[in-house]
Ligand binder design. Sequence first.
Ligand SMILES: Nc1nc2c(c(=O)[nH]1)N[C@H]1C(S)=C(S)[C@@H](COP(=O)(O)O)O[C@H]1N2
Ligand SMILES: [Mo]
Length: 317
Amino acid sequence: MIIKTHKDIPSSEITDEKVFNERRTLIKAMLATAAGASIPTAWANNAKPNAWNVAKSDLSNAALTPTPIELVKNYTNYYEFTLNKEDSTKLAQNFIADPWSLEISGEVEKAGTYHLEDILQQQTLEERIYRFRCVEAWSMVVPWVGFSLANLLKLAKPLSTAHFVKFTTIQQPETMPNQRNKVMLEWPYVEGLRIDEAMHPLTMLAVGMYGDTLPKQNGAPLRLVVPWKYGFKSIKAIVKIELLKNPPLTTWNKSAPAEYGFYANVNPAVSHPRWSQNSERQLGSGFFTSRRQTELFNGYGEQVASLYQDMDLRHFF
Ligand SMILES: Nc1nc2c(c(=O)[nH]1)N[C@H]1C(S)=C(S)[C@@H](COP(=O)(O)O)O[C@H]1N2
Ligand SMILES: [Mo]
């Protein structure tokens, strides 16, 4: 996400900086491989759940090749820590991801606050390889570990008045520098979905990736993954899920409504006001590989297009 500052940076410079940063990451990864050394692993120190039996899923894009894990771990967007994509790897290591509880409340029959372990005991973990497309026009392929959000919401028994779902990230200012500094965004980070989007089987709560628990910088211990929407919808470190009658005000929509819509469906035909969404830079594709043509709904149209049948996607972007 590119944030406007008082020093309004020309977009040409931003692009240069982005390319520079990715090259740095790539070079680091190449050096590490060349030296036979592995970059120190930075997993969340929360232990894996006892029964970490990961099933295969029909919803997985099994034919896709995952992006190298070192890139996914070391090129992250986590504004609570930093605006820099490389530094949250280190900065997030003090984050406390264990113990963790999740509140489910609002328009439900059974509201409550649950320990993450208890939630996981009721779920079958699946590995799902999904495409992931950031609104900044870079993308990756990630094998997430988790379960359909719908499986959890059903246990809370949504009422017929539940039309939207609001997600809230933890506030942990003692470990999150930008929550302390109160910079740029309003905390906590909030996201939202329409109830049918939230109940769609592709919509996932992830607790892991690449067969292990989520690294802290990738949103440990629990994050949302909505593969047909821009990455900012996939909120990290969730502590609260509320079912609501009305759409929640979401962080990015509130901060720049003309740039980041509530729906944020991946759509090559609807440009961001400051750049095209027609193609994307694939992380890890190397110096010579071409960009990828961005697909409507990030390629998940067959599964999700019906959710938006009668909607003007230019207006509801
Ligand atoms: N709480 C929180 N969730 C967040 C963000 C954030 O800054 N804070 N960044 C979002 C954005 S813009 C993207 S692209 C994805 C990035 O996920 P990744 O860092 O695991 O690649 O997380 C999303 N979820
Ligand atoms: Mo993003």
